[in-house]
Design a protein around this ligand. Structure first.
Ligand code: TRP
Ligand code: SF4
Length: 328
């Protein structure tokens, strides 16, 4: 049997996962489990780069994230699931790579410049924040991943990773393959206010939400902004609720709602109720699995421990190669 190609990706534990994360990343990861040798990890050291002033919630977010992952169908039977900070080799490789990474590569990183402006409420003028992509490079090449499934915002980081790997190989000999970004299509839904779904915008539907939470969030969703009165015809093509219908409602009903909206036969309140019911139904298996894992913290811990052990074995081996190549 041909060996599966290895892919790796990570997420920062900055809060509960929402539908945007599910449609934009996790569903893709779940599918990839059958095709690839997958390494998925929780990038808690990366969370520190911007949240170093408020570290209290991180450990809870880590547990929640692993439960979210398991609930949507990531499984230790197929993938290596672990936590970055439990593998100290990441820190060692990060240090070594930082010796060979020119600072201008980091300063011209578009995400770096972007984030400093966007998160102006935080002091991001730290050495660690500048070095964010170096740590990410260490995460990726440690496991010699050939592909990195990420959103478009992370592509510059994979590009820097390639450059760092190339530089290492030129200096010390061929140790690392250059990984490719595997672009995840952006999710076809927005947050309830039509901005990008994000915890910080308070417009998200979380995987851990109860049926009541979901109904309330959907009831508050912005629809076709031109449709002011019940008697006004609507345009599903510009309606966020309709985008959700496309994903969660059966095709026949979607066609029906499309025409009923255009003739004002159906009102937004009713239309949202139908969508909320379908969404709640679609998320029910996830909620059920979440409850299962929440009741079994020891099981979750042992899954993490098992993943850490597997990842550590690979990381140790890589670091031996690194030290040998560098003669240190
Ligand atoms: N920077 C990524 C993000 O914010 C998280 C991350 C850290 C990552 N290390 C990684 C993603 C390695 C892919 C591979 O989404
Ligand atoms: Fe959107 Fe439905 Fe209202 Fe039409 S009826 S505008 S699809 S919420």
């Amino acid at each position: 049997m041909k060996e599966k190609a290895r892919i790796l990706s990570g997420m920062r534990p900055t809060g509960p996962l929402h539908l945007g994360n599910l449609l934009g990343a996790l569903e893709n990861w779940v599918k990839m489990q059958d095709e690839y040798d997958c390494f998925f990890f929780i990038a808690d050291w990366h969370a520190l780069t911007s949240d170093y002033e408020n570290t209290g919630p991180i450990s809870g977010y880590i547990k929640d994230m692993m439960i979210d992952w398991l609930s949507v169908g990531l499984t230790p039977e197929k993938s290596t699931l672990f936590i970055q900070s439990r593998i100290k080799e990441h820190a060692e490789l990060f240090l070594i790579l930082s010796m060979i990474t020119p600072v201008p590569w980091l300063e011209r990183n578009p995400t770096y410049k972007d984030q400093i402006v966007q998160l102006s409420n935080k002091d991001l003028s730290t050495y660690g924040f500048l070095g964010y992509p170096v740590l990410q490079a260490a995460d990726i090449i440690m496991y010699k991943a050939s592909g990195v499934p990420v959103g478009v915002d992370q592509v510059p980081h994979v590009e820097i990773t390639r450059e760092i790997a190339r530089r290492f190989n030129n200096l010390y000999g061929e140790v690392f393959p250059e990984p490719d970004a595997i672009l995840t299509p952006t999710p076809k839904i927005l947050g309830t206010d039509r901005r990008k779904m994000s915890k910080s915008y308070d417009n998200a539907i979380f995987l851990s939400d109860s049926s009541e939470d979901i109904s309330a969030q959907v009831a508050g969703m912005i629809t076709d902004p031109q449709r002011k009165r019940r008697s006004d015809p609507g345009n599903p093509d510009v309606c966020n609720v309709f985008d959700f219908h496309r994903i969660y409602t059966e095709q026949k009903k979607v066609v029906e709602i499309d025409s009923q909206c255009r003739t004002a036969e159906i009102g937004c309140v009713e239309c949202k109720k139908i969508m909320a019911q379908n969404l709640i139904k679609a998320l029910a298996p996830i909620r059920k699995k979440r409850a299962y894992y929440e009741e079994r913290p020891d099981l979750v811990n042992s899954i993490i421990q098992d993943g850490v052990n597997r990842a550590r074995k690979v990381a140790r081996h890589t670091m031996e190669e690194v030290r040998a190549a560098m003669k240190i």
